[in-house]
Each structure stands twice: as C-alpha cells, then as structure tokens.
Design a protein around this ligand. Structure first.
Ligand code: ADP
Length: 608
C-alpha cells in the first residue's frame, strides 16, 4: 500500500474514533452540545480524508471537479462545526458573527452546486502528474472562480470570530481552553490557506485539508479530554466530600434532607431514615412525610413549608414526628428554597435535629417553675392568713349581727317581714363577700401551666390592690394606683401576674413599715413603653435596697428579713420572663425602693 493511502486512512480513522468517543459522551449527557458538535466536525474531517484520497487518484479533470464539488460540503461542515463548537464550549463569541459565517458557507455551497464545475475552479483544463511521497498522483491545472474570494472572506471572518471569542473567554478566566483552541484553529486556517492555494496552482495534488483540519480536531479533542479527566476528578472529590459529610452528619445525629418540589420527591440521609423507621428506597412525597407529623403540628408545618416556598423565607420549625415505628420525636427543622431563573421553586433543602431530649428538659423545668411558684404562693398565703382572717371576720360578724336582728324582727307580733327580707338580702351580700375572699385565696393557690389571656393593666393593678387592701390599711400605709384605662391589654396568666404585683406590694408594705406613719406611701403605676410594652412599677418610701446587694435581689433565698425566705423577687423574675418581659430594681432619689417590670402588649392590641 502507498504512503499517501496509509496516512490519509489513518487520519480518517483517528477522526472517526474521536467522533465516536465524543458522541458517546453526548448520548449520556444531552446537555453537552459541544461534544455533539465536535463529533460532526470529526466525521466531516474523516469524510474529507476519503475525498482527498480520491482527488489525488482522479483520472480525468471532470472526475477531479466532481469530487472537489462534494469536498466543499465536508469543508463547509467543518467550518460551521468549528464556529458553533467555540460558541458552545467557551460560551463566548459574537452570535451575529457565528450566523454570518454559517450563512456565508451556505451561500458558497449553493454557488458550488450552481456553477460549473465547483466553487474553486472556473475550469480544469487538464490533470498533471505529480510525484509525491514516492507516488505518482494527479494535480489540477485550471482557472479559479471569483467565488474563492468569498471562501477567503469566510476564513477571515472565522479568524476574527475565534480571536474575539478566545479573548473574551480569557478575560473570564478560561485561559487554557481559550489558548489551545485559538492556537489550533488559527494554525489550521493558515495551513489550509497555503495548501489549498498550492493545489489551485497545480503544485499539490489535493488541498490536504484532511491533515490540516486534523490539527483543529486534535486541539478540540485535547480540550474535551482534559474536561473528561477533570470531571472524573471532580466526581471523585464530590464522592469523598459527600462521604465526609455523611459521616459528620451521622456523628452529630443530624438529618439532611431535600424535597424536589417539581417531582414531589423527598431524599433523606440515614439519620432521618432511622428516625422515621423507613428501610428500603420507597420514594416519599411531601404528603407521605406530613402524614408522619403529629396531627396537632401538621397544619402549622404544611403552612410553614408553603410560606417558605412562596415567600423565600427560611424554614425554621419545631414539630413532633411520629415514626412508622410509632416512636415520637421532637424535630427542629431548618431549610432554604432554591429557585430557577423564572423564580419557580426547584427544591427545598435543609437539616433537622432531634430535640426530644431538650424538649423533655424544658417541660421538666417548666413543671419545676410551676411547682416553685405554687410553693411560694402557699408561703405568701401564710403571710396573708391574718389578712384572710381579718377579711372574713368582718362579713361573718355582720352576718351574725344581721341574723340576731332578724330573729328580733320575727319575734314581734305581727313579725316585720319587710325588715326581715332586707336583713336576709344583707346576709346574702356579706356571704358573697366572704365567698369572694375565699375564692381569691383558692385561685392563688391553684397551680398549673400558664393560662394566658389578654388583660387590662388597670384591672390587674386593682385586683392585686384589692387583695392587699386590708393589709395595707392595717399597716397605716397609703396606696395610690395610676393605671389609665386606655392602656393596651397585656397577654398573660392573670393569677401569676397578680402574684408578682402582690409580691412587690408586700415587700413595699414591709419596707415602709419603718417609715413614720404619716409618710408610709406606696405608688403602683402602669405606663406604656416602646409602643409594644406596658411597664408596671411599685415604688415606696421605705429604707430602700442595700446598695451593694442590688445584684442579689433576684437570687433565690436572698433575704434581709428575720422571717423572710427570699423567694418573692426570684419567683417574680421567673414569672415575668416566662411572659417575655424583664424585671429591674433600683433605689429612688428620695431613698425608697422601686421595682418595675415590663410585659409585652397582646398582639391584637398592636395590630389595632
Ligand atoms: P423576702 O421578702 O422573703 O425577703 P424577696 O425575694 O421578696 O424575699 O426580697 C428579697 C430581699 O430584697 C428582701 O429581703 C429585701 O432585703 C429586699 N427588698 C425587696 N423589696 C424591697 C423594698 N421594696 N424595699 C427594700 N428592700 C426590699
């Protein structure tokens, strides 16, 4: 076999092999258009190799002209494929220039089939024998057509287009691919210009484009292969980082999950699978998952997910999950949504932690707080028992006196029934007063979780003052209340908040008992602050706090009283903070004490 046949067949073989390889890549990843375009270019290069082999062995000018005509189809395919490869691969290059070159090559092809014999020669006079690589081949002798100028123009535009695209790609940081492609394509175009000119002049037997374009095909193949190698490397790194993430999540007992919004499919890691009690790979949708959420939390959870998706806010919810294995867990889930270009939600991704243990501790702490508050109320009631006795004494004494008077009226002849009726009404009233005193004491003794309601500050202040009215009077102190009726309501547990005010008032009563009788004054005040808070303050003109012990006031068991237990202020702090407020104490300029605490205004009042 001759050298020429060997070299050109090898060129065709290499091109076809590369074409097949890249076609396979494209078949597995249809988005990788550059690989498909490369295959087209490589197939065209293989075809051209065959056509050139035939050209060099043509026997008549007509045969040469006919083969060259079809050669132009392959050449156009290569040029157009290069243009679009650059565009898809580098993602740069001016679109209008790409279309212009494509159209120009189309136009040249049209002319190629309309004029005789082809777009290169106006006429081939004869074939000349050329000795090349030890073989006798044929070279054409003839006149060129003006269409060749258009071919030159299209190649010039290709050079400009590639230089421009490579320059933009370089600026975007794609240095290596820009350089390889630009160098390969420009070298090939320059070589092609020289060899085809030598063919037209009858020096070379064929345009030798098959070999020249092999340079470009090689440049393109190098780039795509580098990509493949890098993709493998990235895949390995991704796998490793996934594995590290999996281990870390497992060690931290952290659930990782992702909800594909479009396909309605949930992916979750092993931590969640174990928690939910699923084994196997049965795909789950959102509805399937929500079915596992505790019925009381389900609606809230679904609403939170919808809000996250529509408004793009972060998901941050705590809910109870009932696993398929009937185990109940408290879950803290956080997640973020990802949108496509048209702001359609694609997926919701996040982490979830099992906070069952924390929740249990919180419940226990709350139970302890309630128990402590109750114990303190019992103690406070001990202090109040003399007050109770005093308050009950009065209505019970009145009932006794009225009953005696009634008996007297009944003894008369005829009995004065109208008087008796009035007396009975009085007895009923006194009885109701006694019942109210007992009722108030009982409600203070009740314990249980916070039962919140919207309460008017004025009502709260007046009820607390009513409970202590007799005590305050007995100690010769004067209480003034300033709580405007128009203050917004606060949200809270009536009994607990009353307890706080009672504690503060009792402290003030104790403190002011050392002051001279005429000056024992306590002021209870409620004011609005920062628009969303109401501040209650209790001020007295007693001896004030010990200045260097101010920080101990709210510490349990701190007391300076002989019969004190030191729980009043610490319990008050616990109650106020459980309501979302804060409590403070200071000495007043006049030497007395002032304790004040804030409570959040009920939400409905802020909206109003
Ligand atoms: P207790 O009243 O049983 O001592 P508290 O926690 O209510 O417990 O109060 C702790 C301490 O704070 C009191 O012993 C007292 O020294 C001080 N204190 C509280 N209120 C006042 C007040 N209005 N004036 C002066 N000292 C006060």
């Amino acid at each position: 076999m001759s050298w020429v046949t060997v070299i050109w067949s090898m060129a065709a073989g290499v091109a076809l092999a590369l074409a097949a390889l890249q076609l396979l890549v494209w078949l597995r990843d249809r988005a990788a258009i550059a690989h498909l375009v490369f295959s087209v270019a490589a197939v065209a290069a293989a075809v051209i190799a065959g056509q050139e082999l035939a050209l060099m062995h043509a026997r008549t000018p007509a045969e040469y002209a006919e083969i060259l005509r079809w050669w132009h189809v392959s050449a156009a395919a290569i040029v157009i494929a290069i243009v679009w490869f650059v565009r898809f691969y580098l993602g740069t290059g001016r679109l209008w220039l790409a279309w212009l070159i494509t159209l120009l090559r189309g136009l040249i092809l049209l002319a190629n089939f309309l004029v005789y014999p082809n777009a290169t020669f106006a006429e081939i006079h004869r074939l000349r024998e050329v000795s090349w690589l030890g073989e006798s081949l044929t070279a054409p002798v003839g006149d060129q057509t003006p269409w060749r100028n258009l071919i030159h123009l299209s190649m010039l535009l290709l050079v400009v287009y590639v230089l421009d695209a490579a320059n933009t790609a370089r600026k975007q940081g794609k240095h290596r691919p820009a350089l390889t492609l630009a160098a390969g394509i420009l070298l090939a175009v320059a070589l092609a210009a020289v060899t085809s000119d030598l063919m037209v002049r009858g020096v070379l037997p064929g345009p030798l484009v098959a070999l020249v374009f092999l340079v470009i095909v090689a440049a393109m193949a190098v780039e795509l292969s580098v990509d493949l190698v890098r993709a493998r490397q990235l895949a390995r790194e991704l796998h490793e980082s996934r594995e590290r993430m999996r281990l870390a999540a497992q060690a931290a007992d952290l659930g990782l999950w992702e909800w594909d919004v479009v396909e309605d499919r949930i992916w979750a890691n092993e931590v969640i699978d174990a928690r939910v009690g699923i084994s196997g790979t049965k795909p789950m949708g959102l509805k399937d998952y929500l079915a596992l959420v505790h019925p009381e939390d389900r609606e809230r959870m679904e609403a939170a997910i919808r809000r996250t998706i529509t408004e793009g806010v972060e998901l941050n919810e705590e809910y109870r999950l009932t696993g398929l294995n009937a185990s109940e867990h408290w879950i803290d889930a956080r997640g973020r949504v990802e949108y496509d270009d048209r702001r359609q939600p694609l997926r919701l991704r996040g982490v979830s932690a099992d906070i069952t243990a924390r929740k249990r501790l919180e419940d226990e702490a709350q139970r302890h707080r309630n128990q402590l508050a109750r114990a303190q109320r019992v103690l406070a009631l001990g202090q109040l028992s003399s007050v109770v006795a005093h308050e009950l004494n009065q209505p019970i004494g009145a009932i006794l006196r009225n009953a005696e008077a009634g008996e007297n009226f009944l003894r008369r002849d005829p009995p004065d029934l109208d008087e008796v009726r009035e007396i009975l009404a009085d007895i009923r009233k006194d009885d109701q007063r006694a019942a109210a005193v007992i009722g108030r004491m009982r409600s203070l003794l009740q314990s249980g979780p916070l039962r919140t309601e919207a309460i008017a500050p004025r009502e709260l202040a007046e009820q607390a003052a009513a409970t202590l009215e007799t005590e305050i009077r007995a100690r010769d102190a004067a209480l003034s209340i300033a709580a405007p009726a128009e203050l917004p309501k606060v949200r809270g547990d009536r009994i607990h908040l009353q307890q706080v005010l009672i504690n503060l008032l009792l402290n003030s009563v104790d403190a002011s008992s050392n002051a001279p009788e005429r000056q024992r004054h306590i002021a209870l005040q409620a004011t609005r602050s920062d628009n969303d808070k109401v501040v209650f303050s209790v001020e007295d003109n007693g001896e004030g706090f010990e200045p260097d012990r101010l920080s101990d006031l709210f510490v349990p068991y701190y007391t300076t009283k002989a019969d004190g237990i030191g729980l009043g202020l610490s319990i008050s702090k616990t109650i106020v903070e459980a309501h979302g407020g804060s409590i403070h104490a200071e000495n007043t300029a006049s030497g007395g004490a002032r304790v004040w605490f804030s409570l959040p205004v009920a939400e409905e009042e802020i909206a109003a």
